[in-house]
Structure formats: structure tokens, C-alpha cells
Design a protein around this ligand. Structure first.
Ligand code: RI2
Length: 322
């Protein structure tokens, strides 16, 4: 019964019924909370392995957004902190850390909106790509502050997340124009600022986000248009400090074309790409605005990493950061 609930959440993440790096992370925390709450384990060891099994199922869903493993790591730290205690104490720790993650995540999105909106000027034309709740939080907050802004949103093929953004923006009454992904360079001179989200940010400040982001960054760079990234600190990728590359998810060709009608056709469908730090002007986090090159310092602080040591997350340190 519990397993079925975890599988259902994992399936929803895989099929993108639940999508967006922040939402995926909160869904994983919620799944672990359900697993803890409904566990029938008789011993602490049994409980620990149940939690680890649930985590594994969640971690195997989508590989690119580091928010997912960071959320799991954050919640599972409850097991480590209560090592040697009874099941009840362990359950309580996991549940409260899951609740804590979800609460902090929602607060971070709001805070990013407030911090980022300070950088939006009256009359700005903003371009956004895909559907990032952090990027939209900035845009919506600026609009609520009475700034007269206009938004261009891409379609974000092949899954059309741009339609979600368009709907959200129109609901707020924000003047919105949709363009096809390949029209970005054509319109970039009408744009004052680009704001996008992130699925992972590497230690060198490279931003992994929805496919097409790096081409938009290139066009913005060429036209001297500011390029902002909006991301909570749990989107920073700890293992990139020691050289790990962020895995780029390649999704099913059926998202792009009906292969039955094109027998023999090869299709590549990467869901994300990497924007180098030199094309990023700033990253808006819930802790403030940083240049991309400060990513190293953020990761080092969150994960308490010193050169030559294994990366480890010490829960109390992480807590105020997310
Ligand atoms: P928030 C999304 O991935 C997009 O790439 C988006 O820019 C990013 O997550 C961050 O979104 P997908 O799940 O966390 O649509 O800011 O593949 O909502």
C-alpha cells in the first residue's frame, strides 16, 4: 500500500505529471513523509531500509535536477541524526525534516520573487523559457509591485511548458506574448532581461536548465541583454565540486514525433542543456543575488566541503540555507 503510493509519485515525476525542479523536490519530500508515516516496520533497521528503498525509487525517476537528491538527502539526514533511537523518534525526525524541506522550499520561492523583483524596472520587457516557478515568482512580484512589465514566453518544445507559463502570467493580468523557441534571436532586441530557472547549478556557475536555455543565453549575450537565473540553493550540485558532470536526461522520441510515421528516423530529445557561466549575469537565490562564479562558495558552505575531503552534508548547517 505504502509502496504503491511511492511508486505513484515516482511515476508522476517520470511522466512529468509532476514537473519543475522545485516541485519534484517537494514531491520527493512528501513521498518520504508518507513512507515514514505509514511504515509498518518493527525495528529501526527495518525502518531505515524501508526509507532507503523509497529514496532509491524516487532517485531513479529523473537524473538532471539535483533538487531531487538534495531533498532526499535532507530528509534522510533525520535517520542519521536519530541513529540508535527507537522507531517512533526516527519516524518523527523524518516527517519533521520532510515538512521542513517543503516549508523552506515554498518560502525560498517567495523570497526569490522579492529579491529578484528589485532588479526589475518599470517598463521592462522580460523573456522567460519553460515554466520555472522561481522565474515566474520574480515576474509576478514585480508586477504586483505596480511595475508596468511585459513578458515574452517561449513555447518550450517538445513538452510545451511555455503554455503553463503563459496561462499563469495571463491569470495575473500580465501582458504576455508567446513565441516559438527558434524566434528568440529575432525578438531579443525587444527584450530588456531574460529570466529562467535552473535544474542544477554546477560549482563553476554553469547552469543546467531546459533545452534551449543556452541558445537564449547566447542570443542575449550577443545583444547585451541581461540574463538572470532564479534558483533556490538546493539547486546547487555538490558533486560537481569534485568533477562530476550533471547527467542530461534524454527523453522518449515520442515527445518529438510519431516514429510510426517516419520509420528509420533517428530522434534525439535531450531535455536540458548547459549554459556556461560567462553568459549568466547573476543568480537570484533566497539568500541573495550572487554572480555565477560564487556557486563554488555556496556549495562549499552548504555541504561543508574542504578540498581533499568527501562531501558530506551536516544537517544543521544545511537547515537555514533552504
Ligand atoms: P522551478 C524545469 O524542468 C525547467 O527546466 C525549469 O526551468 C526548471 O525545472 C526549474 O523550475 P522540467 O521538470 O524549480 O520541466 O523554478 O523538465 O519551478
Amino acid at each position: 500500500m505504502v509502496a504503491a503510493k511511492i511508486e505513484k509519485i515516482a511515476q508522476d515525476i517520470k511522466t512529468m505529471r509532476i514537473r519543475g525542479a522545485g516541485r519534484i523536490a517537494r514531491a520527493a519530500a512528501r513521498a518520504l513523509k508518507i513512507a515514514a508515516k505509514e511504515s509498518q516496520a518493527k525495528t529501526p533497521a527495518e525502518f531505515s531500509s524501508e526509507m532507503k528503498r523509497a529514496s532509491k525509487i524516487l532517485l531513479e525517476t529523473r537524473p538532471t535536477a539535483v533538487s531531487l537528491p538534495n531533498a532526499v538527502r535532507y530528509v534522510l539526514l533525520g535517520l542519521k541524526q536519530t541513529h540508535g533511537a527507537d522507531i517512533w523518534t526516527m519516524k518523527k525526525a523524518v516527517i519533521s525534516r520532510a515538512d521542513g524541506f517543503i516549508k523552506n522550499s515554498l518560502e525560498a520561492v517567495k523570497k526569490i520573487g522579492e529579491i529578484g523583483a528589485n532588479r526589475i524596472s518599470n517598463g521592462d520587457v522580460i523573456l522567460t523559457h519553460c515554466n520555472s516557478e522561481c522565474a515566474l515568482s520574480i515576474i509576478k512580484t514585480a508586477f504586483k509591485q505596480g511595475k508596468n512589465i511585459e513578458v515574452y514566453t517561449t513555447e518550450s518544445r517538445p513538452v510545451w511548458q511555455g503554455r503553463l507559463s503563459a496561462r499563469e502570467l495571463l491569470k495575473e493580468g500580465i501582458p504576455t506574448t508567446m513565441i516559438i523557441d527558434s524566434a528568440v534571436r529575432h525578438f531579443i532586441r525587444d527584450v530588456d532581461k531574460v529570466i529562467v530557472g535552473a535544474d542544477s547549478i554546477a560549482a563553476n556557475g554553469a547552469v543546467v536548465n531546459k533545452i534551449g536555455t543556452s541558445s537564449i543565453a547566447l542570443a542575449a549575450h550577443e545583444a547585451r541583454v541581461l540574463f538572470f537565473v532564479a534558483a533556490e540553493t538546493y539547486k546547487f550540485h555538490p558533486e560537481t565540486l569534485v568533477g562530476r558532470l550533471v547527467e542530461i536526461e534524454e527523453r522518449d522520441p515520442s515527445e518529438v514525433i510519431n516514429l510510426r510515421r517516419f520509420p528509420g528516423l533517428k530522434v534525439r530529445n535531450p531535455a536540458f542543456d548547459v549554459t556556461p557561466p560567462e553568459y549568466v549575469d547573476l543568480i537570484v537565490t533566497e539568500r541573495g543575488i550572487i554572480p555565477p562564479y560564487a556557486a563554488y562558495a555556496i556549495i562549499k558552505e552548504i555541504f561543508e566541503w574542504n578540498p581533499g575531503e568527501r562531501i558530506q552534508q551536516t544537517g544543521d548547517k544545511l537547515r537555514p540555507l533552504i
